[in-house]
Design a protein around this ligand. Structure first.
Ligand SMILES: *[C@@H]1O[C@H](CO)[C@@H](O)[C@H](O)[C@H]1NC(C)=O
Ligand SMILES: *[C@@H]1O[C@H](CO)[C@@H](O)[C@H](O)[C@H]1NC(C)=O
Ligand SMILES: *[C@@H]1O[C@H](CO)[C@@H](O)[C@H](O)[C@H]1NC(C)=O
Ligand SMILES: *[C@@H]1O[C@H](CO)[C@@H](O)[C@H](O)[C@H]1NC(C)=O
Ligand SMILES: *[C@@H]1O[C@H](CO)[C@@H](O)[C@H](O)[C@H]1NC(C)=O
Ligand SMILES: *[C@@H]1O[C@H](CO)[C@@H](O)[C@H](O)[C@H]1NC(C)=O
Ligand SMILES: *[C@@H]1O[C@H](CO)[C@@H](O)[C@H](O)[C@H]1NC(C)=O
Length: 238
């Protein structure tokens, strides 16, 4: 009886493990991906000592921060540590990536940033190296991710003086995209207390092709002053 039961347990375990064993580790399941864009002038006001503003001037623009596979409750990361980014695989994408997905860090080249993003997030995407970066670039070209335009259509334009409420910014994004959008803010290190719009998160389907709705990312914290959010027009450094 006991033997039979053990056999049954072992058999069930084998059944459970079989699909795992036959699936490559890179084929991590996830529900959707966050397509994250950052507002470079906010980043550079938040971390002026880290941000490279000369000679590589930060773009006065939203640039890609990342494409992050996720569940509602957690994010898989570093799904295959031996899978390093091979620059040869994305050679044809370097020019548009330079433009749309630059590193803003003084001490980090663009290639270092892409290698990091590939290791941490890309290896979990079930996409090839080329497929992953091509997907991000294609997303960046969609009308629904053209944040500067969508915000402007909703009356929200970058300014060094004017501030907006979280509601005003969220409404403009909701109206312009039709999909859930989440914001992250940062604090201006140079002008203590100022709340800056730092990142905009949109959700895309598993194949990284189109926007979908998703729930609030668990790691997003409330903007410190949701009634007065600035989207700085430029950052001149000090
Ligand atoms: C801002 O980014 C968009 C999308 O990546 C691009 O089309 C546009 O040329 C950029 N504008 C500037 C001023 O860099
Ligand atoms: C991890 O990446 C390495 C290098 O690209 C590859 O050879 C290996 O098959 C990958 N591992 C799995 C489990 O897919
Ligand atoms: C991309 O940018 C790097 C500097 O960050 C530069 O060395 C390289 O020539 C650029 N490549 C292309 C194809 O624009
Ligand atoms: C760049 O500097 C930041 C802090 O200023 C540090 O966290 C990061 O590890 C550094 N990156 C590299 C590639 O040295
Ligand atoms: C991973 O991608 C392959 C094709 O590239 C596809 O057949 C498979 O269904 C994908 N796996 C998951 C879990 O989405
Ligand atoms: C975003 O919208 C602006 C204004 O309409 C346009 O000039 C720009 O080309 C658009 N960018 C992309 C990547 O579609
Ligand atoms: C996505 O959510 C918004 C509300 O945030 C809703 O208006 C819209 O219909 C939803 N779209 C889809 C395709 O479910």
């Amino acid at each position: 009886m006991a033997v039979k039961k053990t056999m049954k347990v072992v058999f069930s375990l084998v059944l459970l493990l079989l699909p795992l064993a036959s699936t490559s580790a890179v084929e991590v399941k996830f529900d959707f991906m966050y397509f994250v864009q950052q507002w470079a002038p906010s980043y550079c006001s938040t971390a002026p000592h880290e941000c490279e503003y000369e000679p590589r001037l930060p773009p006065n623009n939203f640039t890609i921060r990342g494409l992050w596979p996720s569940y509602e409750e957690w994010r898989p990361e570093y799904c295959n540590i031996s899978d390093r980014l091979d620059p040869g695989q994305i050679q044809d994408l370097v020019k548009p990536l330079n433009q749309s997905w630059p590193s803003l860090l003084r001490n980090e080249t663009n290639l270092e940033l892409w290698s990091h993003e590939w290791s941490k997030h890309g290896t979990c995407s079930n996409l090839s190296q080329h497929g992953y970066f091509a997907a991000a670039l294609a997303l960046d070209k969609l009308k629904l991710t053209n944040l500067t335009k969508i915000l402007a259509d909703g009356g929200v334009v970058p300014s060094d003086e004017k501030t907006y409420t979280l509601g005003e910014i969220s409404d403009a994004l909701a109206k312009g995209t039709g999909f859930s959008t989440y914001l992250r803010c940062s604090q201006n290190e140079l002008k203590y207390g100022e709340t800056l719009l730092y990142e905009v998160l949109q959700c895309v389907d598993r194949s990284g092709e189109k926007l979908v709705n998703c729930t609030t990312p668990y790691w997003v914290t409330r903007c410190l002053d949701p009634d007065k959010i600035k989207i700085p027009a430029w950052f001149y450094g000090q």
